[in-house]
Design a protein around this ligand. Structure first.
Ligand code: RP5
Length: 164
């Protein structure tokens, strides 16, 4: 299976990035984790992105806050799918990171999830890898069924307790 690269702009983004790792672990998807910054270590970020495909990666997840150019910088330097997680940090509550991540120019896409939406970043990475991996696709279908069952169980409990 191809690996996922989980990159964050700072170790202060770890609490958010770890939620993506939980989901990747759930589906036994191999990953590596790095701190690279589009602004503080631009050369290292570029080098990693340029070599990512030949180093066995299938998807790159980038988590960054504030003027979040990390996902865009990775997208600029490879043609792997890049998923951006705007991180809530600084004084603008993550709106700065959301807009910096999502407003990419045509031809250099970043699939942007919600502010702090690390779980969905990992689910999306899994779905991308599952295009060529039926066993992984089956695991994802099973997870959806479990999620549905959990909601219906809550529905029964709420219906039973509150309905007059
Ligand atoms: C961004 O600036 C990082 O992704 C982080 O969300 C934010 C603050 O970084 P630190 O000052 O905590 O290293 O580049």
């Amino acid at each position: 299976m191809k690996k996922v690269a989980v990159i964050m702009g700072s170790d202060s983004d770890l609490p958010v990035a770890e939620k993506a790792l939980d989901v990747l672990n759930e589906f036994a998807i191999p990953y590596v984790v790095h701190v690279y910054s589009a602004h503080r270590t631009p050369e290292e970020a570029k080098t990693f992105a340029e070599g990512a495909a030949e180093n066995g990666f299938g998807v790159i997840i980038c988590a960054a806050g504030m003027a979040a150019h990390l996902a865009g910088a990775f997208a600029a330097n490879c043609v792997l799918p890049v998923i951006g997680i705007p991180v809530k940090s600084g004084s603008l509550g993550g709106m700065d990171a959301l807009l910096s991540t999502v407003m990419m120019p045509s031809g250099i896409p970043v699939a942007t999830v919600a502010i702090d939406g690390a779980k969905n970043a990992a689910y999306l990475a899994a779905e991308i890898l599952a295009v060529g991996d039926e066993a992984l696709a089956e695991k994802l279908r099973l997870a959806r069924k479990k999620a549905s069952a959990a909601v219906l169980e809550k529905d029964s409990a709420v219906f039973g307790k509150y309905t007059k």
